[in-house]
Design a protein around this ligand. Structure first.
Ligand code: ACO
Length: 324
């Protein structure tokens, strides 16, 4: 029986910082509104780097930190809703740029749940016993999805990437998981809708910008996602008290406050960095994980238990409990 473990983490964000005050210069908003409603103070916005560029920087760091060569990789899974192109996949671009000749590579789209869905998928490849090493990366340039005249969405998102190296292990590290979708509620979060464009089709081009019913998503998070996290903990061999940290998708600080209460864990167990980065969709959990390691909260020595949970467009939500 093969098992998988997260053996290295890394993140990379574009250099340009856009503060709430900067946004207030170009749209009718304020630092007071954004901070009090969301907890976000600033975000990174790419000037030139694409989703593939950010992901490549993460992939290179993962190889360097772990001391393995790109040729040892069996796969690269890239979670993104902002690929550089539909074909080739952004994962294939990363594979070429780092020289991972042996690896198969593909993109996976599940909006803000993308990283948890990708990590779960990768774990199945490794535990099949056929693959020994792979990268799982969440990378997004959310800035290209936004209608910059719509203050209700433009202030919420940012660009960035994070990822992990997953390797075969002789011990079990993935303790529980729950992956969920509810397409019947998809209308409350949409982006990138495409239409038929042939001369033989009759269809108006749909609005492609990101659209969100913020209140519906907020309610979904604190109701459905909190309940699902609680159930996943109950079905796992651990209690909530035994978890060292819960790394939740970074959308809104008020969601984290309410989640902690609903799940019944100390608020200090839910680290937050949306203050600096906003909502980076599939990149938010691996960026947070990597920062927790940099800050010494997570030691990567196999002794800690953490819960990862993403939620968003689809609707989708996914939770994993791992030792790390
Ligand atoms: N600046 C100033 N005022 C604003 C802004 C802004 N940037 N945006 C909206 N407003 C105004 C609105 O026009 C409205 O004014 P009105 O009352 O005069 O009509 C008022 O503020 C209240 O707007 P609401 O949308 O009701 O504000 P709410 O308190 O619900 O907060 C928010 C909005 C922050 C988006 C919240 O609903 C939220 O965080 N939702 C969850 C989002 C989320 O978690 N997304 C994750 C998934 S994303 C993914 O998967 C890609």
């Amino acid at each position: 029986m093969a098992f998988a473990k997260i053996s290295q983490v890394a993140h990379y964000v574009p250099e340009q910082i856009v503060t709430n005050e900067d946004l207030a210069q170009v749209m009718d908003t304020s630092d007071e509104w954004i901070s009090s409603r969301t907890g976000i103070k600033e975000r990174r916005i790419s000037k030139t780097e694409s989703t593939g560029d950010l992901a490549t920087a993460v992939a290179k760091q993962l190889l360097e930190k772990s001391g393995i060569s790109a040729e040892e990789l069996d796969f690269i899974i890239l979670a993104t809703m902002t690929p550089d192109s539909m074909m080739p996949s952004t994962a294939a671009r990363v594979q070429a740029r780092i020289g991972a000749r042996k690896a198969f590579a593909f993109d996976l789209t599940a909006a803000c749940s993308g990283f948890t869905f990708a990590l779960s998928t990768a774990e199945k490849f490794i535990s099949s016993g056929r693959f020994g090493k792979g990268l799982v990366i969440g990378s997004e340039t959310m800035s290209k999805t936004l209608d910059w005249t719509d203050r209700s969405t433009a202030v919420l998102f940012g660009d960035g990437a994070g990822g992990v190296l997953l390797e075969a292990s002789d011990k079990q590290h993935f303790l529980a998981e729950s992956l969920n979708s509810d397409g019947s509620r998809s209308e409350c979060l949409t982006y990138g809708q495409t239409g038929l464009t042939s001369p033989f089709s009759v269809q108006e081009n749909p609005d492609a910008f990101l659209k969100m019913d913020g209140r519906a998503v907020f309610d979904f998070a604190i109701r459905d996602v909190a309940k699902s996290i609680k159930n996943t903990i109950e079905e796992s061999p651990l209690s909530a008290e035994e978890l060292d940290y819960l790394l939740l998708h970074q959308a809104n600080i008020r969601i984290l406050d309410k989640m902690a209460r609903k799940i019944g864990v100390d608020r200090d167990k839910l680290p937050a960095n949306m203050t600096k980065y906003g909502n980076t969709s599939a990149a938010s959990i691996p960026i947070l994980l990597s920062e927790c390691v940099e800050e010494g909260l997570i030691r990567l020595d196999g002794s800690q238990k953490i819960l990862l949970s993403g939620f968003g467009g689809g609707l989708t939500w996914g939770t994993l409990i791992v030792t790390i």
